[in-house]
Design a protein around this ligand. Structure first.
Ligand code: KG4
Ligand code: ZN
Length: 336
């Protein structure tokens, strides 16, 4: 079965062709990051306009690279939420048009479900159930993946998403956008114990996260140093901040794995590309006897191959969308 996947929920225009849910034949990603860089974040109106320009050429290129004609596509899968509504609508309209013109089934995919599915692309042996930590610019969720299309959210952020915290701190230090990969790079040369930034743990045993206090602590530290006229070591701030984020992400994920008695833990979303998160989870989870899986970095950040993969499993499960499918910016995982 050949699935064409389309993803336009944020600032990447992407189209991919995936065979039998696990084999990526093409995965074209056109990033708009340069356009948004000078604003320090994604500007929704610019993102939508760029998607309009790029969506059809990107789809064309994904078919060409896969050596597949549009008639050979069996299913069209597309992200319909959550995300920026104007951006989502571009990919959704393109997907609907193609599905209608070629009389192919349309499958609407939840963006986070796509991130989780990226693991199936790189690990053919991986099957649910497992725990997935989904950490991206918009989300920080601990998800119990019961089956290919059943999900239970066990914990989530109460304020900033993990990636958002990385981006805000990078901006405050003047590193640029997106902040995650830059902080990751700078942290490599720093001391992660140089500053003791707070780790929020909820006393009621909740697996939720909160990163706004950590963000404030880093900003306060920067202000204090400036007022005292003392220099800050960017490497140390990055390493200490990164360690504070990763500690709670790993801790809560391991707790979730214990509660649900799973054998495997996976990572997904842009922050899953973080080198410390990968190594810490691998080390601590392996010590506790869990298998650990994460996709290669290009499949962690937004891409359409993960959407095609999720669409494949939804289709096998009988979940086909009608052409009235609309974009839902605040779509929750598990809602159809
Ligand atoms: O999944 P994604 O591409 O888009 C969303 O759905 O949000 O994630 C983007 C986020 C950004 O906040 C970016 O700073 C973060 O992922 N990110 C990282 C790394 N690479 C990307 N955060 C920490 N370390 C990284 N290496
Ligand atoms: Zn994403």
């Amino acid at each position: 079965m050949i699935v064409l996947g389309i993803e336009t929920s944020c600032d990447e225009t992407s189209a991919a062709v995936v065979k039998n849910g696990r084999h990526v034949l093409s995965n074209v990603i056109s990033s708009q990051v340069d356009l948004h860089q000078k604003y320090g974040g994604v500007v929704p109106e610019i993102a939508s306009r760029k998607h309009v320009e790029l969506v059809m050429p990107v789809i064309r290129q994904s078919l060409d690279e896969a050596g597949i004609s549009l008639s050979e596509i069996d299913v069209v899968g597309v992200t319909y939420g959550p995300g920026l509504v104007g951006a989502l609508l571009v990919g959704l309209s393109a997907a609907k048009g193609l599905a209608f013109a070629k009389n192919k089934p349309l499958v609407g995919v939840h963006h986070i479900e796509g991130h989780i599915a990226a693991n199936y692309l790189d690990h053919p042996e991986l099957e649910p159930p497992f725990i997935c930590l989904v950490a991206s610019g918009g989300h920080s969720h601990i998800v119990y993946v019961e089956s290919y299309s059943r999900f239970e959210i066990l914990g989530q952020t109460r304020d900033d998403a993990a990636g958002e915290a990385f981006d805000k701190i990078a901006r405050a230090i003047g590193l640029g956008y997106p902040g995650g990969p830059l902080i990751d790079k700078w942290a490599a040369g720093g001391d992660c114990c140089a500053m003791d930034f707070p780790r929020v743990r909820f006393s009621d045993g909740s697996l939720d996260f909160s990163f706004s206090g950590l963000k404030t602590a880093v900003l306060n530290y920067l202000n204090n140093q400036e007022q005292k006229g003392e220099k800050v070591r960017t490497e140390d701030i990055c390493a200490s901040f990164q360690k504070a984020v990763v500690d709670v992400l790993v801790e809560n994920t391991l707790k979730a794995a214990k509660i649900k008695k799973v054998r495997n833990i996976t990572l997904a979303g842009g922050v899953a590309a973080n080198s410390l998160l990968r190594s810490q989870l691998k080390e601590k989870a392996a010590a506790a006897g869990y298998g650990v899986f994460y996709p290669r970095p290009v499949l962690c950040t937004d891409n359409a191959a993960m959407i095609a993969c999720a669409a494949y499993f939804e289709y096998l499960n009988g979940n086909v969308s009608g052409l009235e499918l609309n974009a839902i910016p605040g779509l929750r995982l598990g809602e159809k």
